[in-house]
Design a protein around this ligand. Structure first.
Ligand SMILES: CSC[C@H]1O[C@@H](n2cnc3c(O)ncnc32)[C@H](O)[C@@H]1O
Ligand SMILES: [Zn+2]
Length: 446
């Protein structure tokens, strides 16, 4: 016991589910963490012989999984949760969301809204989110304050907003932000052109040039609704995906969000160009956008991650819900119960998201040398008993209320269900102020 190696943290658990290799569950294992990195994954008995941790956490009834990755959200939209329900996308955006954003969204709104989102996401086992929203400098600050990993969207939309005046202004602001934080270990950056119906060919082309130079992903809403496809046919004579192809945007760097309406030819294109998809089942159902052909995309080997979308169209930032819905919808719509088994859905919510963001070497699975982005789920709950297969329970039976601990980059963000980095009372106070402001103006406009 004398020459044990000193490490920061040892987490002992009933199960460790690394996601890679697939379908593996290690019983009575421990994860050794040093300087934010997973140093070892080994049986608990061996860990105690080999390591001398500064702190040890024994989670006797728990499973450790990779931190969940929310591949598409507009985090600050938590402040508009429940503001405009039961509407289709275009009416929701044009009549409710965009007018409210125009009136209220500023740097403070995005800081407060994103911190609220981070609190919700951490409590739900999410360690990393891919964001697309105005004032991304506030999103970056909120992510830093919370300790979460985040891919910050360098957004572009071809109309003026309180954030920027035109496409060049959006791009300049995004690029300046990326320069400012390029050495931050928890932040990465994606170009985030909003959608085909709000971004011109010229703007998409200059985004592509920058993305190729900087080797950054491009994150955009695509083929979300039939309306989007109709508008594209009317204005451009081609469907949005065909337009993206002609502009040169189809590549492994593309994260196409939604992808609900696709022909067989389009599914093959997505596969051929190795694009990733952010599947958002709750948002697609709530806005009545439709059912994404996930079973066919999976059969083609397309990389699919999961996203919550914003809290104004979901209305929760709950990846457990997205996992369950993704699995059930894929089975129901393909007519095959063996579509998307639980282990594949867990991979969608973790490693596939990391790979889409170009972060697959850093996070997304529990592996030696990767960052210690870890979520613990407490299985000592009547809703999770009996347990024949913990991976099955994670997707079909568990919910975010069962999350007990969360680490990002080795730092504990949730300790026995308590936030360690964010002050929940303060967040609730600030949210009330925004609610009163937004409610007053939305009542006036009715
Ligand atoms: C350019 S910032 C992001 C922009 O997107 C809006 N938005 C939120 N959810 C959706 C969705 O499902 N489809 C299209 N656009 C969406 C958000 O309100 C911001 O204006
Ligand atoms: Zn979205």
């Amino acid at each position: 016991m004398n020459n044990r190696e000193e490490i920061d943290t040892l987490i002992e658990a009933k199960w460790v589910i690394p996601v890679e290799p697939a379908e593996i569950v290690y019983n009575q294992h421990a994860i050794a963490i040093n300087r934010g990195i997973i140093k070892d994954i080994l049986p608990i008995a061996h860990a105690n012989q080999r390591y001398k941790p500064q702190q040890t956490l024994t989670l006797s009834d728990h499973a450790l999984i990779p931190g969940l990755i929310n591949l598409h959200t507009h985090a600050a939209m938590t402040l508009m949760r429940g503001l405009a329900d039961d509407l289709p996308l275009m009416e929701w955006l044009n009549k409710h969301i965009w007018p409210t954003e125009n009136q209220h969204v500023n740097a403070q709104f995005v800081l407060d809204g994103t911190q609220l989102a981070c609190a919700e996401m951490i409590k739900g086992g999410i360690t990393c989110f891919n964001d697309m929203y105005f004032f991304p400098e506030s999103c970056a600050q909120a992510a830093i304050n919370s300790g979460m990993r985040a891919a910050i969207g360098m957004i572009v939309i071809d109309f003026p907003t309180p954030y920027a005046s035109d496409a060049d202004d959006y791009l300049a602001k995004g690029l300046e932000l990326r320069d400012r934080y390029q050495h931050d270990p928890l932040l990465s950056f994606c170009f985030a052109p909003h959608a085909p119906y709000t971004v011109s060919d010229k703007t998409f082309s200059s985004i592509l040039t920058y993305a190729e130079q900087l080797d950054a992903p491009i994150h955009t809403h695509l083929h979300e609704t039939q309306d989007e496809i109709r508008i594209s046919l009317e204005l451009n004579g081609i469907r949005p995906l065909e337009r993206m192809l002609q502009l040169g945007l189809l590549s492994p760097s593309l994260i196409a969000v939604h992808m609900v309406h696709l022909t067989d030819h389009e599914i093959k294109l997505v596969q051929q160009y190795d694009c990733s998809i952010a599947h958002c089942p709750s948002s697609n159902m709530k806005l009545a956008s439709g059912f994404a052909p996930i079973s066919s995309l999976v059969n083609q080997g397309v990389n699919i991650g999961l996203g919550t979308d914003g809290a104004a169209s979901n209305n929760r930032l709950d990846m457990f819900e997205e996992m369950r819905l993704a699995a059930l919808l894929a089975k129901a719509s393909s007519g095959r119960a063996d579509t998307l088994p639980a282990h594949q859905v867990l991979k969608m919510a973790t490693l596939n998201g990391a790979n889409a963001l170009g972060l697959g070497k850093l996070t997304g699975s529990l592996a030696i040398g990767k960052a210690a982005d870890i979520t613990a789920i407490n299985f000592s709950n009547i809703n999770l008993t009996p347990c024949y297969d913990p991976i099955s329970h994670l997707v079909y039976a568990a919910s975010r209320e069962h999350v007990s601990h969360v680490w990002a980059n080795g730092r504990m963000l949730l300790d026995d269900k308590q936030l360690t980095t964010l002050d929940q009372t303060e967040l609730q106070y600030r949210t009330t102020i925004w609610q009163e402001r937004i409610a007053t103006t939305s009542k006036q406009s009715i």
